[in-house]
Design a protein around this ligand. Structure first.
Ligand SMILES: [Zn+2]
Length: 472
């Protein structure tokens, strides 16, 4: 379906279902990256988008989905930052439950992080997760391999084996790659594979025992803070390493070595992708580095775009997140950076935790919020409706750009393209409750929040994976 553009084959897996013949009459087709913005009928047949047009004659045997008239159809969303929690933590989530949460949120593909138990640091383990997906997942699943053995940041993981197993990227997410030489070696090793390194930025000597953003609210609440330098320090260092690696690659090319065909500037693909940025200062560093042409990209989470440390006064453990929710000034900088493209895409950092890990005193609770089911509605309602972010940019940041970063063919609304799409009622306003969460865990930072835009149908590979009755 979705295939890699270079390097060893990227493997994405989901369970196969019989292909359906479906007609969506009078829907608003919207795919800004491919200049599609019109009301028309859409026919799904043979796993692909078979036709888009007005007043289509209905071929026999086609099911007409009249209930979705007037809804918007987007290229399906792609989440490059999901915690599938398998292997080893299936009490929190597994491939099947995460895929249900994803489908309910309009996602057609998710990429699982490697910080599981045991971590995915060898090829067979990555293959095992993808095999699980091929049996039971409703959406396409990609797997990330660890950069270091045991995500301990000391010795390199089996990168070659992981790439051969078809991992989408390499990352120690949950932990930083502290060892600069290890990061440099990994970047050298991955040249030509087309696989990016995803970096979690955290100076653990600074974040230490902190539980929220260090600022006015941490002082008032008496909670230990995490300073912004815990993120910006490692970011500045890692940008230096990327610049060094890029210069090295250029020099080698000049000397007549064979140019790599994936990753790096040559292919316009990022070499390093920074995860879940939270600070205004990080945005400044990224903007400057991109200005110099460094092969980087970055993401922001829905929660960092709409919530701030002020909310922590509720002591709601679901607001305990790493990196922490920052101040309003940081939030506004992140929104502006997503709007102008300095921040490339949205990653949910969907991080399920069980009640015994969250329903404890704030300081003792584990970090993280789930996010797949609510990402679009939270961002549409809070940022697009008031005019802080365009719908074009949101769809691009949730579908086309993450696909490009991972080197996969982006979902698109085009005749002949695989039918990976979602249908959304943009007018429906709703309040997030635990009943809306389809994964195994209920730790959402958005419970009780009023949002707008309801995913009513998700189609992957030409088959319905999720549908919801539409409210009149
Ligand atoms: Zn992380």
């Amino acid at each position: 379906m979705i295939s890699p553009t270079s390097g060893p084959a990227l493997r994405l897996a989901c369970r196969s279902l019989p292909q359906e013949r479906l007609l969506l009459p009078s829907v608003h087709l919207f795919d800004p990256a491919h200049h599609v913005d019109r009301i028309a009928d859409l026919l799904i047949e043979g796993g692909t988008i078979a036709k888009m047009g007005d007043g289509m004659a209905v071929p026999s045997g086609v099911e007409i989905l009249n209930e979705f008239r007037g809804c918007w159809v987007f290229p399906g969303f792609v989440d490059m930052h999901t915690h599938l929690r398998t292997p080893g933590q299936e009490y929190k989530e597994d491939v099947v439950s995460a895929s249900r949460a994803a489908a309910a949120g309009g996602f057609v593909a998710v990429v699982g992080m490697a910080n599981t138990d045991p971590p995915v640091d060898v090829g067979p383990l990555a293959s095992w997760v993808l095999d699980q997906a091929a049996v039971g997942s409703e959406v396409l699943v990609g797997q990330v391999g660890a950069v270091s053995h045991g995500v301990q940041g000391e010795h390199m993981a089996e990168l070659r084996e992981l790439c051969e197993a078809g991992v989408a990227a390499l990352s120690d997410d949950g932990r930083p790659v502290n060892n600069a030489d290890l990061l440099l070696q990994a970047l050298r090793y991955l040249r030509g594979t087309g696989r990016p390194v995803l970096l979690h930025l955290e100076d653990r000597s600074l974040s230490a025992t902190g539980v929220m953003h260090e600022g006015r609210w941490s002082a008032r609440l008496g909670l230990r803070g995490i300073p912004t330098a815990a993120e910006t320090g490692p970011l500045a260092r890692d940008l230096e390493i990327v610049a060094y690696a890029a210069r090295e690659e250029e020099r080698q090319t000049d000397e007549g070595h064979e140019r790599s065909n994936g990753g790096g500037e040559g292919s316009g693909r990022p070499l390093v992708h920074f995860q879940h940025l939270s600070c205004a200062e990080s945005v400044g560093l990224i903007r400057a580095a991109k200005g110099q042409g460094l092969p980087i990209s970055c993401e922001v989470t829905p929660h960092h775009l709409v919530l701030t440390d002020e909310a922590v006064q509720s002591f709601d453990q679901n607001l305990k997140i790493n990196p922490p929710l920052r101040c309003e000034e940081a939030r506004r900088a992140l929104v502006a950076a997503l709007a102008d493209g300095t921040i490339d895409c949205v990653g949910t950092d969907h991080a399920p935790h069980a009640p015994h890990e969250k329903e404890v005193p704030f300081a003792d609770a584990l970090f993280g919020t789930v996010g797949l089911e609510t990402a679009f509605a939270v961002l549409y309602g809070t940022l697009v409706v008031p005019g802080d972010l365009s719908l074009d940019r949101l769809i691009d940041a949730m579908s086309t750009t993450p696909s490009r970063v991972l080197g996969m063919e982006a979902p698109r609304l085009e005749v002949g393209a695989p039918a990976h799409l979602c249908v959304v009622d943009l007018d429906e306003e709703w309040t997030v409750t635990t009943a809306d969460l389809m994964g195994k865990c209920r730790n959402s930072a958005f419970l009780g929040r009023r949002v707008q835009g309801r995913v009513v149908l998700t189609v992957v590979a030409g088959a319905r994976r999720f549908s919801r009755e539409r409210k009149e």
